[in-house]
Design a protein around this ligand. Structure first.
Ligand SMILES: Nc1ncnc2c1ncn2[C@@H]1O[C@H](COP(=O)(O)OP(=O)(O)O)[C@@H](O)[C@H]1O
Ligand SMILES: [Mg+2]
Length: 386
């Protein structure tokens, strides 16, 4: 793509490729939200989203486009969508695409100099042989351990552990969930496990273990282990805490909470570091409620300042920018769990990432989180070593 140096030229190039394939192409109005081109051929009227990127497409970008196509306004105008990019689709994005059933009429491709290479084509054609580099023998049998821990109760450890497992299962991983909290809320929520179907292929499992039943060999197929910890760190098996590669520390972002939670996070990090000096720690905002921009900025500054002190002495401590990823407060979470819903009108049972009016905030937020985690961690290696 030597001669294509900016978005405008890339968009024109895509228009040309569509025209060459017999489509009528129109450019959308400037500042049109949701799409860049309109293409028509026979029965098909498609919205085309053009992404000029130096990196791979992430799953939130695809979700945004599919949410747009679900709006009634878009449905009146279009019966399909095209997501066309420069470089490629990241692991989570590919997993999301694979999970789409036939009813999802979104086609995803890369525009090369002379043609489209389809990740998911209109005629079912696909890019074959995705690059499988980075295969590391060292990682071939390795499991990645995630802890979800904070020394405070009720801020969302169980919620985050269970739903993150759901999102990672949707992205193509078998997951072991280990319930270390004596309250065993996780088991109440998920039972002893669920099967997460994937309409585009083989699904994935989430298996649930009690702490005392967990053994490295208990779930040989699971490459990701997520531990829902007890808030009293000493009540969790030390051997497991030592294994954590990553730990997610849920917190809330509210004016009353910041100072108090600042102390909680400091204590949490100190306790974890006594046992495990290597895990990357990520603070995640949970139960986020919409507030006005000024207040948000004030809170965010306060939030980041509070944790700066820790970041300065601990280079494996990270605060996830709530503007990039946070888990919104949602009543849907309560019903959602990860139970499978049996819908009599839909022969396919679904993970209870249930859409309401075409939307499901928790689903988007947790897929966003899973995508973020895949970008920041070594999960990609697990994908390649399977
Ligand atoms: N993002 C959220 N939106 C709405 N309710 C939430 C959210 N996260 C957690 N909750 C609710 O808050 C309560 C405590 O969450 P839980 O995950 O059990 O915390 P912990 O495991 O840290 O004790 C639960 O009733 C849960 O449903
Ligand atoms: Mg809990």
């Amino acid at each position: 793509m030597t001669d294509i140096s900016d978005f405008i030229h890339f968009e024109q190039h895509i228009a040309k490729l569509f025209t060459r394939l017999g489509w009528d192409v129109e450019t959308a109005k400037p500042n049109q939200k949701g799409y860049d081109l309109v293409v028509k051929k026979g029965q098909h009227i498609g919205a085309v989203q053009v992404k000029w990127l130096n990196n791979n497409v992430s799953s939130p970008q695809l979700l945004k486009f599919s949410n747009f196509l679900d709006t009634s306004e878009a449905k009146q105008q279009f019966n399909c969508g095209f997501f066309i990019t420069t470089k490629g689709f990241g692991g989570p994005a590919r997993a999301l695409i694979k999970s789409w059933g036939k009813d999802v009429r979104i086609f995803c491709g890369i525009a090369t100099e002379s043609q489209f290479k389809w990740e998911r084509g209109l005629n079912g054609d696909n890019i074959d042989g995705q690059e499988n580099d980075n295969i590391s023998i060292e990682n071939a049998n390795k499991k990645l351990y995630f802890g979800v821990f904070t020394c405070k109760g009720g801020v969302g450890k169980t919620t985050v552990a269970a739903h993150l497992a759901g999102a990672l299962a949707l992205q193509g991983f078998d997951i072991a969930l280990v319930d270390l909290d004596p309250e065993q809320n996780l088991q109440r929520l998920v039972g002893d496990g669920v099967y997460v179907p994937n309409p585009g292929g083989v699904g994935n499992t989430i298996e649930v273990f009690k702490g005392e039943d967990w053994h490295e060999n208990s779930a040989r197929n699971c490459k990701i282990v997520i531990c829902d910890c007890s808030p009293a760190l000493e009540r969790n098996p030390r051997a497991l805490i030592e294994r954590f590669d990553y730990c997610i520390i849920p917190t809330t972002l509210n004016p009353l909470g910041i100072n108090k939670h600042g102390k909680v996070i400091k204590d949490t990090v100190k306790e974890l570091r006594n046992i495990n000096q290597n895990a990357h720690l990520f603070v995640l905002v949970n139960q986020f409620k919409k507030i006005n921009v000024n207040r948000f900025n004030l809170l965010k500054r306060n939030f980041l300042n509070t944790y700066q002190e820790i970041s300065q002495t601990d280079d494996k401590f990270h605060c996830i920018d709530p503007e990039e990823v946070c888990i919104r407060s949602s009543d849907l979470l309560y019903y959602w769990g990860i139970h499978l819903l049996e819908d009599p009108h839909n022969p396919r049972s679904e993970l209870a990432f249930k859409l309401v009016g075409g939307r499901c905030y928790p689903r988007d937020d947790f897929i966003n989180l899973a995508d973020y985690i895949e970008r920041k961690t070594k999960i990609e290696n697990l994908r390649n070593s399977s």
